[in-house]
Write a protein that binds this ligand. Sequence first.
Ligand code: AMP
Ligand code: MG
Length: 403
Amino acid sequence: MEIGVSLERALEIVSQLTMKTTSETLPLEQASGRILSEDIASKVDDPRFDNSAMDGWAVRMTDCSDFSTKLRVVGTSQAGSHQIPTVGVGEACSIMTGAPIPEGADAIVIIEESSYQDGFVTINGPARSGFIRRKGENLQEGVVALNSGTLLTPAGISLAATMGYGHLSVTTRPKIAVIGVGDELTSPGKPLDAGSIYESNTFGLSSLVEKMGAIPKRYDLIRDNIDSLRDALDEASESCDAIITSGGVSMGKWDLVRRIMEEEGHIRFWKILIRPGGPPLFGLWGGTPIFGLPGNPVSSHVVFTVLVAPWISESMGSGQSIGSRLANRVRVLMEEPIKGAPGKLCMRRISIRLEGDILVASTKTHQGSGNIHSLVAHNGLSLLPPDTDCDAGELVDALWLQY
Ligand code: AMP
Ligand code: MG
């Protein structure tokens, strides 16, 4: 077991254990946000035939070297039409966007640069071959255009449809147990005893898991009792692909997740050199990867964002990190000084906004790791290197959170 690792080392260690996912076939309309699990080649050329990019006239370029040329109109080519007239010398064919280029024509004159009278069109502008969209210039039949591991964004779904796919093979959504531990916790909506607080982490973490495209399985709250914790972990490792716990990983006598993992599980690391979110552990419970996240709500969210999210993304076989949906690194100018942390990467909650052409950032609320409001009131996290403070007016790396 390693104790007190950098975030980079923690990411390296977790990447050694991945979840097993398989594939399933889904109708295209259900595949958005999923990860493609095979390379797919286009079933068609796109465009399927040379067609016009503009409404106008299909002409022969050599007929149009002079403006005011008059051409005899031989018919119309519409999108979807089958019988297209041929364009001979001195002739033009009316053409709509997307319609096939008639034989004989090699350029388009746009409608705005023409006038029509009595079966003849007068050409008042240039004939452009660039307005012909060539067969196969976007996609060629048989050529792979979407690779296994691609996150299916709306544009990806559209591309798959263009290529002729009504169904896609995608990786299955892993099931992730979310277990909250603590005697003081009460589910929201229930009456509170003296000394108890509303529990929030299992809700927040489940919705983070869901955002990653995985399926959260939220457990009933576990009291600080080692036997109930063991039962829950056993059940979770049987029924889920990974386990996330919240609470009970610090140094206290009642930090039972750490204790049970020390005594009965396999810990790969404990504590990361970050603030907030220092105490997490990672390891295996009965062969199932387990992340023991801290109980403080901000800490558990932040550790999920910087550690668990990229791991889920990688485990699901995504080439491009889905985590980048949650977190994009940018350079921001701090409007006020922020304090770093000795020996730790410091992730202060900051508000990032564009001012002129630079990103500036400021802090608003109390920064305590118990204050979940700080993650609602801000949209970013500073990435202050260990032992570094930031003065007002200085540039600092930051994660721009996009949930
Ligand atoms: P722990 O890691 O168990 O020492 O908890 C650290 C702090 O986080 C304590 O103030 C707990 O009350 C709080 N906490 C623990 N679990 C949760 C939870 N599921 N929801 C909200 N706060 C929690
Ligand atoms: Mg606790």
